[in-house]
Structures are given as C-alpha cells and as structure tokens.
Ligand binder design. Structure first.
Ligand SMILES: Cc1cc2nc3c(=O)[nH]c(=O)nc-3n(C[C@H](O)[C@H](O)[C@H](O)COP(=O)(O)OP(=O)(O)OC[C@H]3O[C@@H](n4cnc5c(N)ncnc54)[C@H](O)[C@@H]3O)c2cc1C
Length: 400
C-alpha cells in the first residue's frame, strides 16, 4: 500500500550502463546491516554480509541485539530515548516514517514476515506542557492510522490510575517479532544472491579497508556493526544501554489476551542505584501468543548475565504489574525467558555518513533503542548515498 508520506523503496537503480555491477561489503548481520543489504540488493547491487554472529531461527539465550529488540515502532524520541539532538531528531523522523511504510506493507503477511500492525498506547504521568501541540504536529506530519489523543484511554485500557497516569494517546504501530523477521530478512537477501560469511573483523576498519575490499572484491564497505563500532570505527561516543525483556505467554490463560502495546516513560527509577538510568514500562504483544515486558535502561553496563533475581529486573517486573494490574496473575514461574541486550547507543545520535578519512566506508550504527524503527529509513538513505557516489565516480572513486 502506498502511503503519502513514504518515499519509494524498490526504486530499482538502472545498473545496465554500469560495466560491472558494484559489490558492497556489509559488516553486521543485525537488523541494520541486513536491511541495508536487502535495500542494496533491491537496487541491483551485489552484496556480501560478514558478521561475527547472525540471528538464530529459534529464540536462544545467546541472541544478537536485533533479536532482543522489543521492536515496537516509535515516533522519536523513543521511550528509552537518548536521541536528543534536535537536528538528528528531525532526520530520525524521516527514517522512522520510511520504515513505517515498509512495515505496513510487511504486516499484510504477519505470520510470514513477523511484522504486525497493532494499536499502540502511550501514557503520560505528568501533563506534558505542550503535549497537545506536539501531538498535533506529529499527526500533521505523519497521519498515523488510528491516531487518538484522549485521557479516556487510561480507563478504557485498564491501567492503574494510582500510578499517576493522567494522559494518553494511541495509534496503529508496527510491532515486529524479530525472531521471525530476521529469518525473513536473511531469506530475502539469500534469494537475491547475497553471500553470508561468518567472520570477526578486529581493529580499525580504515586501516584494513583496502585489504577487505580486495578479499571480498567489493568497492564499498558498510559498517553496521552496532556496538562494535566502538572498536571498528574507533568511536568513543558509542556505548551500551543495557535493557531487559521478560517473555511471558499471551494466550488468554492468565488474563485476557492483549492485542495492543502499552508504554509509559519516566515513572520512577527502576534502577535506584543509578540516577542516570531513565526508566519506562512497556508491554508488547509479540507474534501470535507472547507478551514481552520491559523497561530497563542502564547506560555503560556490559554484563548480559542477569536473572530475575537481579534487583532492577525484579523491580521492573513489579512496576509492569503495578502499571497494568491484570499482569499480577503472572508469577516468577510464568517468566519463560529473561533476555538481556545492549542497545548500541551513541552520544549525539545515529552515525550515518561516509568515513571522512576513508571514504569507501559508510557508517550506519548507533541506533540505540530505535534500530528496528529506523532500519528501513536508514537503509534507504544509505543506498541513495551509494547511488550518488557511483554515479559520480570522477569525484569519489579517486578516493575509494
Ligand atoms: C531490551 C531492548 C529493547 C529494544 N526495543 C526496541 C524497540 O522497541 N524498537 C526499536 O526500534 N529498537 C529496539 N531496541 C533496539 C534495537 O534492538 C537495536 O537498535 C538494533 O537491534 C541495532 O541493530 P544493529 O544491527 O545495529 O546491531 P546488532 O543487532 O547488535 O547487530 C550487529 C551485528 O554486527 C556484527 N558484528 C559486531 N562486531 C563485529 C565484528 N567485529 N566483526 C564482524 N561482525 C561484527 C554482530 O555479530 C551482529 O551481526 C531494543 C533493544 C533492546 C536491547
């Protein structure tokens, strides 16, 4: 379905006049790398993806970040936020709307693609001063289907008013079952001739760009290595925002099946020990019969070996139940899995640009808590950047 706010996705580039089809090496097998790879393949480029780890077809404790994503599409800044730079926020809005259009198409076949379109409700504890104006602006910009700003939503969706919730809005939003979706992405790429290589690249990319291009017969390199960009791009602004998901069932056995997501930011600090830890609650229907509960944000924490007994995770579980009381029917024994992931954050926002020193490298990393939301938008912009470079080789190729 074509939406008024979307740009063209499958804008196949006419590569017939190009003597040899350009080949791009993508580093990273997460949602950012693979969406970029698929967009390049859709345009007719040859692509090889190299990654240390790929997503697994069955959910496992050793997931890559892209599988652990709550994968709710959010208008920027997302509840787990930290994308604060005004200029970058404007850019993010274009990325997220391009992604919206794509996920809307994919949601026509949710069981095959893993992409669902569902009602998403955002709640506010304090009356945000200019919330109505902000929402009007958002609605004007994107005309999100099902948009409604109404404090009656609080009662209608049975959240606990004792938590101080005073306002809410809702709209239809993409929610992605990333285990299914990542496999769908891999298959699309494979069917279009993409080559996948398991390998770990160590050290600064710019020092080995020539060697990598020779090895993989590529003209350009996409750096979509998430948190590893700290090492591969030597970017000290990259840091982890640790998060956690509790997976429970959503089959109507413990409470009525939930078909919409619920999010609220800044209730109380779940991680009391860290003033820096912005907290929020989210309750997300996942696929057909699961619910993902979450809300932890811990900057600069790398350890993923946490359990339900870790106090901030326990508090997060309590907060989720307090916020939406029907969840009180769930005990520890109903938590099927505790998934801990590190959002690849970057001070100042996503990096989507050519490397200034080694211009055959295009960086696409630092998506923090919005990697799924931005994935298609960034991939579209990145592929357009490649088109421009390869259309004007006299300017660029001398430097590649
Ligand atoms: C708890 C939690 C909830 C989230 N909720 C949402 C949400 O609701 N909505 C949303 O949009 N986003 C959400 N996110 C964020 C989202 O998961 C990330 O932004 C996204 O997954 C980042 O994708 P990526 O491809 O950049 O990184 P990754 O998924 O980390 O992929 C990086 C890839 O690079 C490879 N790699 C790394 N180093 C090397 C190397 N040296 N050599 C070769 N390959 C390498 C890895 O093996 C991997 O394949 C959430 C994240 C978490 C943890």
């Amino acid at each position: 379905m074509a939406l008024p706010f979307t740009r063209t996705f499958e804008n196949k580039k006419n590569l017939e006049n190009t003597p040899k089809v350009p080949h791009i090496l993508v580093i990273g097998g997460g949602v950012v790398g693979i969406t970029s790879a698929l967009q390049l393949l859709n345009k007719g480029y040859k692509v090889t993806v190299v990654a240390k780890e790929f997503a697994s077809p069955v959910a496992s404790g050793k997931c890559i970040t892209s599988e652990i994503a709550g994968a709710l599409w959010e208008w920027p800044p997302a509840v787990c936020g930290r994308h604060t730079d005004e200029k970058s926020l404007e850019r993010s809005k274009v990325w997220c709307m391009d992604s919206y259009g794509k996920f809307m198409e994919l949601a026509m076949k949710p069981k095959e693609t893993g992409a669902y379109l569902r009602q998403s409700v955002f709640y506010f504890k304090d009356m945000v001063e200019d919330l109505p104006a902000q929402l009007d602006k958002m609605n004007e910009l994107c005309h999100l289907p099902g948009f409604r700003h109404d404090s009656k939503l609080i009662e209608e969706t049975a959240v606990n008013t004792d938590t101080g919730v005073v306002d809410a809005y809702q709209h239809m939003a993409p929610m992605v079952d990333t285990v299914v979706y990542m496999q769908w992405l891999y298959k699309q790429c494979k069917d279009k001739g993409c080559r996948f290589v398991h390998d770990e690249i160590k050290g600064l990319l710019r020092d080995q760009a020539e060697g990598l291009k020779r090895k993989y017969k590529a003209q350009l390199i996409f750096n979509c290595s998430g948190l590893s960009a700290k090492e591969l791009a030597g970017d000290e602004d990259v840091y982890p925002l640790r998060g956690c998901i509790l997976k429970v069932r959503n089959d109507g056995s413990l409470m009525p099946k939930l078909n919409h997501s619920m999010c609220i930011s800044l209730i109380e600090d779940i991680d009391e020990s860290k003033k820096d830890g912005q907290s929020f609650v989210f309750i997300l229907p996942r696929g057909e019969d699961k619910l993902w509960l979450g809300g932890m944000v811990q900057p600069y924490q790398w350890d993923r070996n946490l359990t339900l007994d870790y106090p901030p995770i326990r508090r997060m579980f309590e907060k989720v139940k307090e916020f939406y009381p029907p969840l009180r029917n769930y005990g520890d024994e109903d938590v099927e899995e505790v998934l801990v992931g590190l959002r690849p954050a970057r001070k100042g926002n996503v990096r989507l640009e050519w490397d200034p020193v080694c211009p055959s490298i295009l960086h696409n990393y630092g998506h923090g808590g919005s990697g799924v939301t931005f994935s298609w938008g960034c991939a579209i912009e990145a592929s357009a950047m490649v088109d421009r470079v390869l259309k004007r080789p006299q300017i660029y190729l001398s430097k590649l």
